[in-house]
Design a binder for this molecule. Structure first.
Ligand code: NAI
Ligand SMILES: CCCCCC(=O)/C=C/C=C\C=C\C=C\[C@@H](O)[C@@H](O)CCCC(=O)O
Length: 258
């Protein structure tokens, strides 16, 4: 699928992985609505992107994915400004084992809120053109990170939600593909702040650091390219892309169908 003229919405777009994927989508010709709760970072990023890609191709919208109302308003604004929505990158996420209910609300419920709001614009059943939704999970969505059980649970849940929605979309005729991105450790603010966000598991910080050293850091470009692959390859639906320093591959899950 060519991205020229396509419209994307990216949550958590102001920094880190969301920013990298936003830039790659722009480089490939898409128009991007950048949604983030951090207005300062979002607005200053859009100023930079406007100069590189043109003012008419970017739009910053202040949006907290914990709020269904804010998500709906932002998606409506994006669709009205750009003429529909073709791509959603549900990426906003936090790691905070102390404020674990908020972690569930952002990492899992934010993905659900975003997906359902996007379907109102993207589903062929509601007059949309179809398209693709990519949800950011993690390597912690495939195996446990002992220092952050709630974060691990949200990321496993994102994988399950994505795969079930992919099947539901086919069965319902939405015309929307759903795929999940599972990166290993990436050097971002979320990663740098681990030690202060582990709550009752703070004593496992050193072990997590050792695990990160064992795995190594994934390059931001590799993560963004994996997301792009799942956007542009129209054969990919219900797929999960694992991106670690040693492995860049679609995950094979066991089949329980006889
Ligand atoms: N950094 C890493 O090692 C990995 C990160 N991930 C996932 O990637 C995603 C992005 O994380 P990073 O780029 O590392 O983090 P980051 O902290 O660099 O960026 C996260 C962005 O999301 C925004 N955000 C946070 N809460 C929000 C909310 N309620 N509503 C809207 N925006 C919100 C932040 O303002 C920020 O711009 C997350 O879902 C994270 O769990 C997955 C695997 C590895
Ligand atoms: C605590 C920092 C978290 C930073 C953000 C994040 O999501 C990073 C996750 C990175 C790595 C997670 C690794 C988990 C590893 C093991 O559980 C391992 O068994 C996973 C194996 C998956 C596979 O089948 O290869």
């Amino acid at each position: 699928m060519s991205l020229t003229g396509k419209t994307a919405v990216v949550t958590g777009a102001a920094m880190g992985i969301g920013r990298a994927v936003t830039e790659l989508l722009l480089q490939h010709g898409a128009k991007v609505a950048l949604l983030d709760v951090n207005e300062t970072a979002g607005k200053s990023l859009v100023e930079v992107l406007d100069k590189l890609y043109g003012r008419e191709r970017t739009l910053f919208l202040s949006c907290d994915v914990e709020s269904e109302e804010q998500i709906k308003a932002a998606f409506l604004k994006a669709a009205e400004t750009f003429g529909g929505i073709d791509i959603l990158f549900n990426n906003a996420g936090v790691l905070n084992e102390d404020r674990w209910e908020r972690t569930v609300s952002i990492n899992l419920m934010g993905v659900i809120r975003g997906s359902y709001a996007a379907l109102e614009h993207m589903s062929k059943l509601s007059g949309g053109r179809g398209g693709v939704i990519i949800n950011t999970s993690s390597l912690a969505g495939l195996g446990p990170l002992p220092s952050c059980p709630v974060y691990t649970a949200t990321k496993h849940a994102v994988v399950g939600f994505t795969r079930a929605m992919a099947a539901a979309s086919v069965a319902s005729g939405y015309g929307v593909r759903f795929n999940a991105l599972c990166p290993g450790f990436v050097q971002t603010d979320l990663f740098s702040a681990i030690e202060s966000n582990l709550g009752r598991f703070a004593h496992l910080a050193a072990a997590t650091q050792q695990l990160a050293e064992h795995f190594g850091l994934v390059g931001m470009c590799d993560v963004a390219e994996a997301a792009l692959d799942m956007v542009t390859d129209e054969t990919k639906n219900g797929e999960v892309f694992l991106v670690s320093p040693k492995r860049k591959e679609y995950v094979n899950f066991p089949s329980f169908v006889q």
